[in-house]
Design a protein around this ligand. Sequence first.
Ligand code: RM4
Ligand code: MN
Ligand code: MN
Length: 432
Amino acid sequence: MTKNIIDAGLVEQHNAKQRAELQADYDALGGMLSRRGVDIEALTAKAQTFGVAVPSWGAGTGGTRFARFPGKGEPRDVTEKMEDCAVINQLTRATPAVSLHFPWDKPADPKGLREQADSLGLGFDAVNSNTFQDQAGQSATYKFGSLTSTNKASRELAVQHNIDCIELGKTLGSKGLTVWVGDGANFPGQSNLRGALERYIDSARGIYAALPDDWQMYIEHKLFEPAFYCSVIADWGTSFAVAQTLGDKAKCLVDLGHHAPNTNIEMIVARLAQFGKLGGFHFNDSKYGDDDLDSGSIDPFQLFLIFNELADSQARDGAAFNPSYMLDQSHNVTDPIESLMSSAVEVQRAFVQAALVDRTALVGFQESNDVLQAAQTLKKAFRTDVSPILAMARLRSGGAIDPVGAYRAAGYREQVAVKRPPKAGASGSGIV
Ligand code: RM4
Ligand code: MN
Ligand code: MN
């Protein structure tokens, strides 16, 4: 039996107040969709299959280079982060897995952590390594790079850390390792551009060799930051070349905030999918750079277009096409639980809207070069308010019709604020 962190009766009470209204909205939408030849029940069932992993590091308040303004009742260790992640899943039923970051969330008792996750009905998606910070007492520094450092001891340390992450991940039941490095240069001439990538590939081979057969290694690229002149794994081309070089278990991870403004991310998605190298996503949104804003908060149309490509690939490749969905956000001015719940719903919304695209009509318009109608076909799906489908999917899966409303009514934040007084050396979060 899955343990509920929020009393199920409270959620039920909250739902009861909104059930009739939801049913009316659902019926109205169902009628409208049926005139379009779409079965609302099939869409709701599809919405219920959706899952996106929550980043453990997103459960605490983030910050900027200037300051961090911690919220009340922040989780102080990985066990408390798991409780918050369980709340998110209990109310949204769309976040069945957690993605952990090491050493920030390194458990003292990995088996115990897995048991806690099991009891909360949670699993683990990819584990993330951290070689962009030195840890206290570390034997070699990452100041001038980790997997690509010119210093052999730093490279070896970084490789070993990734191998340790795999080992820990095995105990937890994870099946993937995400590797993002901040390596790069701040000055022209600081680093040999080709030499740095050669060292990266050499180090990555050492990590890849430790990967179990049923695991994937996700290579995450990022245009800039912390390196401001050039990053070693700056773009999807580099990450694709690395993944090709390493082998079948290596794939590319697309973090939505890691591109130059105006980059056509959906096209990157289509390219990676076409060549079997789309490993997964870090969903978030941005206006300027790696802003780590809530998914769908700035450009929901882009999120929809990405899911439109995913739906197209799914139609072409079937079950073999199965990228990992993860959130990677920083919550600086909102309650992280509320942001993560809303974001999971926004990603799920794009998933359902993409399923609404009339693909036969779209292909017809593309073939006949009816540009306007092709564009309108996508817009028609995007403009459809699928909120009643999402709410019904949650209700049927045992979640809340209105996750944020139910969360506030349950008073969870106030309760943990009492139970979790701030403590020195609490595990890291929010540096995203
Ligand atoms: C990076 C990148 C990684 C994340 C770190 C904290 O910008 O997005 O995925 O693990 O931030
Ligand atoms: Mn990321
Ligand atoms: Mn990032």
